[in-house]
Write a protein that binds this ligand. Structure first.
Ligand code: SF4
Length: 388
């Protein structure tokens, strides 16, 4: 089996009690069946505590004030310290690692929702590289569509290298890969997946980038459409399951700062924000780099999952819409802080988004439905928001 990880993966270290937003609070931690069995069998005093601190009906740890029943006052885990790491459930053992499995391949990424992982992902100055190694272990999947998977992998390689082309602005790189995912989806729907190679050849041809870029420039829109479009995208949060108790207030505040004073105030704020970014080359480059790392992160994590539902276009929309929402949230935080935006603020905006959206299958599915059904997520409208 081939195991693939981003190059910064081995640098991850949990800071446990020092963590500013421990993963053991604020959301429900689900327990896998094997761990539940192990907890049920435990016969010592710690076993009694396990029995009383698990919500057996919902297979989750009980919580007190939003904190896991096993989290002590120093933000350390009592299961880890009193029963040992082998007693941790699968979720706690794995987090913040996110695993995607395909036939013969396991891809492991770090989740943006963990503050230490977010630093590694977003503070990375160089383009991310992906490292692979072979292991002896092999697994087979009875219903695996290897042809689709290979085409998705080919497209993802192209998409990531386009997203890492720093000679182009972020919006052009993003517009190009959104267009590619759209064209790929059409081929899947029309049963013409075999045309993927010629599609990639067309996008990769000499001079293609220049032509695509000049077509994309036509998508730059006026302030009114942008105000309406972004406000609508923020409205998607109303349709999602709330995972963290503080989220509705936080995101409500962000929306108010951005859209509460109407369209012309929004446009003025946006112009001021972009003037702030343009003040120095370094600041602009950093903003572009953060946006690149977000896109690469979302694409690497989710794009090839289309092997299971044949919907790569929605996976790409997840990357694009998420990055747009995080960038816009950062603009609101810049405004709130009196015209200052440091990296910790940006990383925190990205982390909170990920923690609310990426850890709920319900939210991911709901978003994909909205991406399919809502006009604001049509190709033209999304390209306008990316280019605007
Ligand atoms: S969120 Fe990350 S750094 Fe914090 S306790 Fe969890 S794994 Fe450790």
């Amino acid at each position: 089996m081939k195991i693939t990880v981003p190059h910064y993966y081995s640098r991850f270290q949990c800071v446990a009690g020092e963590c500013p937003d421990t993963c053991c609070a604020g959301w429900q931690i689900m327990i896998d069946d094997a761990s539940l069995k192990k907890y049920r069998k435990r016969r010592d005093p710690f076993g009694s505590r396990l029995k009383n601190s698990i919500d057996w009906e919902n297979s989750a740890f009980r919580q007190y004030d939003g904190r896991c029943a096993f989290l002590d006052e120093n933000n350390l885990c009592d299961i880890y310290s009193e029963a040992g790491p082998s007693m941790l459930c699968r979720t706690c053992r794995a987090y913040p690692r996110h695993i995607e499995e395909f036939e013969g391949v396991r891809e492991i990424s770090l989740s943006l929702s963990c503050p230490e992982a977010a630093k590694l992902i977003l503070d990375c100055e160089e383009p991310v590289r992906f490292l692979s190694k072979e292991t002896e272990k092999e697994e087979t999947y009875p219903y695996f569509d290897f042809f689709l998977y290979t085409k998705l992998m080919d497209c993802r390689d192209f998409i990531i290298s386009t997203l890492q082309n720093r000679e182009l602005d972020w919006n052009l790189r993003t517009g190009i890969v959104l267009g590619l995912a759209h064209d790929l989806q059409r081929r899947i729907v029309n049963d013409r997946l075999y045309e993927t190679d010629s599609l990639l050849e067309r996008y990769g041809r000499k001079g293609a980038v220049g032509k695509l870029a000049s077509r994309l420039l036509a998508y730059q829109i006026d302030g009114e459409s942008r105000f309406d479009g972004m406000k609508e995208l923020f409205g998607f949060f109303d349709e999602l399951e709330v995972l963290n108790a503080g989220w509705p207030d936080y995101i409500g505040r962000i929306r108010k700062v951005l859209y509460g004073a109407g369209e012309s105030a929004y446009e003025t704020q946006r112009q001021e924000f972009y003037e702030f970014l343009e003040v120095s080359e370094k600041r602009r480059e950093t903003w572009e780099r953060w946006s690149e790392q977000l896109m690469v992160y979302f694409v690497f994590t989710w794009f090839c999952g289309a092997e299971y539902d044949e919907r790569p276009y929605e996976k790409m929309k997840l990357a694009v819409v998420s990055t747009l929402l995080i960038r816009e949230t950062a603009q609101a935080l810049w405004k709130e802080q009196g015209g200052v935006l440091n990296k910790n603020v940006f990383f925190e905006a990205a982390r909170r988004y990920s923690r609310e959206v990426e850890h709920s299958d319900l939210n991911l599915e709901r978003l994909e439905t909205l991406f399919r059904e809502e006009k604001v997520c049509g190709l033209d409208r999304l390209l306008s928001l990316v280019m605007g």
